[in-house]
Design a protein around this ligand. Structure first.
Ligand SMILES: CC(C)(COP(=O)(O)OP(=O)(O)OC[C@H]1O[C@@H](n2cnc3c(N)ncnc32)[C@H](O)[C@@H]1OP(=O)(O)O)[C@@H](O)C(=O)NCCC(=O)NCCS
Length: 195
C-alpha cells in the first residue's frame, strides 16, 4: 500500500497529518474555514456543508482525512507555520492510484495566509516526497477563472494538459464551470532538481 510520511518539513512551513483526530484540532481548522468562508465557498464544494466544528470533525477530520489515509488513497495535511505553528491551510494528495502511479493535489489557504507563497512551497514539498516515493504523475485541477489557484501550478512548473469544458456544476456560482487540468511528470521533476 502507498504510504506518505506523517510530517513534511520545508523552509517556512510544515505539512502535518491531522492526527490524532481530536475535536480541538477540528475547532482550530474550523476557525480558519470560518475566517475565509466567503473566498473558499466560491471554489470548494465542501464549504457550505461545513457549518460547525462538529461538521469539520466528522466530515473532514474523521470521514475524509483518517479513512483515506488508512486506505492509502488520500493524504490530508495541515499546513502550519514552522515558527508559530499556526494553521495556514491544508493540502491533500488525493486519488492516489497505485497501478498508474498517479495522484492529484488539492489545497486551500486561510485568507490571512494568502499572498506569501506558502502554497507554492507546500506543493513543491508535497510533490517532492510523492515523486521520491514512486509516483509518476501529479495532477492539479482548478476552475479556469480561479486566478490565484491557476497561478499555483503555473508557478510550480506544471504543464497545462487541457481544459475540461463545463465538467462541474457550481452551486455557489450557479453555472457550469470549465476546469484546467495541470500535470507534472516525475521525469520533469527530476530535470528541475538538476537545475
Ligand atoms: C488558491 C490559493 C491556495 C492560492 O494562494 P496564494 O497565496 O495566491 O498562493 P501562494 O501561497 O503560492 O502565494 C503566491 C503569492 O504570494 C506571493 N509571494 C510572496 N512570497 C513568495 C514566495 N516566497 N514564493 C512564491 N510566491 C510568493 C506571490 O507573488 C503571489 O502573490 P500574487 O498572486 O499577489 O502575485 C488561495 O488563493 C486559496 O486558498 N483560494 C481559495 C481556495 C481555492 O481556490 N482552492 C483551490 C481550489 S482548486
Amino acid at each position: 500500500m502507498f504510504k506518505m510520511p506523517q510530517k513534511i518539513t520545508s523552509e517556512r512551513i510544515v505539512l502535518v497529518r491531522p492526527y490524532p483526530p481530536t475535536f480541538k484540532l477540528a475547532e482550530e481548522v474550523f476557525e480558519k474555514v470560518e475566517l475565509s468562508r466567503e473566498t473558499l465557498q466560491k471554489w470548494l464544494p465542501w464549504v457550505p456543508g461545513t457549518k460547525t466544528p462538529e461538521d469539520e470533525y466528522t466530515h473532514w477530520l474523521v470521514n475524509w482525512a483518517q479513512q483515506h489515509w488508512n486506505e492509502g488513497h488520500g493524504f490530508a495535511y495541515l499546513i502550519r507555520d514552522k515558527k508559530t505553528k499556526a494553521v495556514l491551510g491544508a493540502i491533500d494528495l488525493m486519488q492516489v492510484d497505485e497501478v498508474n502511479k498517479s495522484a492529484e493535489i488539492g489545497y486551500w489557504l486561510s485568507n490571512d495566509a494568502v499572498g506569501h507563497g506558502y502554497m507554492t512551497e507546500a506543493v513543491r514539498a508535497l510533490e517532492s516526497v510523492a515523486f521520491k516515493l514512486g509516483l509518476n504523475r501529479i495532477m492539479i485541477g482548478n476552475d479556469t477563472e480561479n486566478t490565484r489557484s491557476v497561478n499555483v501550478p503555473k508557478r510550480c512548473g506544471y504543464h497545462l494538459d487541457g481544459v475540461l469544458r463545463q465538467d462541474k456544476w457550481s452551486e455557489a456560482l450557479q453555472s457550469f464551470r470549465d476546469s484546467n487540468v495541470w500535470s507534472k511528470l516525475k521525469s520533469e521533476w527530476l530535470v528541475e532538481q538538476k537545475k
